[in-house]
Design a protein around this ligand. Structure first.
Ligand code: HPA
Ligand code: ZN
Length: 320
């Protein structure tokens, strides 16, 4: 069966690092992992909240040392995404998570960007790169890293904000987003995943974001929903992620159908597919099974992704 052609707007490249590749890179780099084998590592993929996932996500990044490691991870994602039917992907990466381990930006971001430069010709997936900043680290550090990225002239289309959301509100990053916008970059931010609806408002009012990543907790605030509908703010929803991080109890209880029904601009995305049980094809398969979406509803979701992507008009027409 050929997969539904899709556009992916919420994916962390480090979240595509599969256990098999973790072991391969550990061996290549002479790193001793605290797990005897893949099965033992997999037993840690049981999360109780965002932080419990982030702990493993950052710890597994220790195997990423050389430019080849970053390139191999990126190629593995593009291969899997192409098989899942993804035709365009806007990919986040966390430069600070590598810089803080002593890996220079030229190695981490440089290697990912180099593979992405050829993704359309080699994998049939057009791509853009988004530098995401860690909201649980100081805003001054984020500013310094953004400045360094701008000086390097690596081709990033925008910036994002991720990591531990609770008690790390968007208002801490006003200067970062101002500088990014002055540099002509697009702006997205995770908000309303674990954090309250007010963080979604802050991301819109104080950071002037073009998209909200997740945003599901908007459903607790009727006035906010009305605004998001009126402004057609893109919400990049990640159903399997929300279940695995217990933002919702079960997939059938996920608010996606209500969000669509209310006229919100929602899309389906995979977030960290190596950790949450599936790539884009699996996310679509499971929401289809859980909600019995019609072809028209699935087409609406796919169309929302295309219109919310940072695409040229030509490429947008090709994807519609
Ligand atoms: N939420 C916040 N930060 C993240 C995530 C996520 O789902 N994945 C990687 N960093
Ligand atoms: Zn995310």
């Amino acid at each position: 069966m050929t997969e539904l052609p899709t556009v992916e707007l919420h994916i962390h490249i480090e979240g595509t690092l599969e256990p098999e590749l973790i072991f391969r890179l550990a061996e290549r780099n002479g790193i001793e992992l605290p797990y005897g084998d893949i099965e033992e590592l997999r037993r840690h993929y049981e999360f109780i909240d965002l932080q419990s996932f982030l702990d493993l996500y950052y710890s597994n990044m220790a195997v990423l040392r050389t430019a080849d490691d970053f390139a191999d991870m990126t190629r593995a994602y593009l291969t899997r995404a192409a098989a899942a039917g993804v035709r365009h992907a806007e990919i986040m990466m966390d430069p600070q998570a590598h810089l803080s381990r002593g890996i220079p930006l030229a190695t981490s971001v440089g290697a990912v960007a180099e593979v992405l430069a050829k993704s359309e010709s080699e994998f049939g997936v057009s791509t853009e790169l988004i530098a995401a900043f860690l909201r649980d680290r100081p805003a001054e550090e984020a500013l310094a890293v953004l400045d360094e990225l701008l000086e390097m002239e690596v081709p990033i289309i925008g910036i994002g904000l991720d990591s531990a959301e609770r008690d790390n509100p968007p208002r801490n990053f006003v200067a970062l987003y101002e500088r990014a916008r002055q540099a002509g970059l697009k702006c997205v931010a995770h908000a309303g995943e674990e954090g309250p609806p007010d963080y979604i408002r802050e991301a819109l009012d104080l950071l002037a974001v073009d998209r909200i990543d997740h945003g599901i907790r908007c459903m607790e605030d009727e006035e906010l929903v009305e605004r998001l509908v009126a402004e057609q703010v893109p919400l990049t929803v990640c159903p399997l992620s929300n279940v695995r991080l217990r933002a919702v109890d079960t997939l059938p209880e996920h608010p996606l159908p209500q969000m669509l029904q209310r006229g919100l601009n929602v899309s389906v995305n995979s977030d960290d597919p190596a950790y949450f049980g599936g790539y884009m094809d699996e996310n679509f398969r499971q929401v289809r099974a859980a909600f019995g979406f019609s072809s028209a509803q699935l087409a609406d979701l796919a169309a929302n992704s295309v219109r919310s992507a940072f695409l040229t008009d030509t490429r947008r027409r090709e994807l519609l």
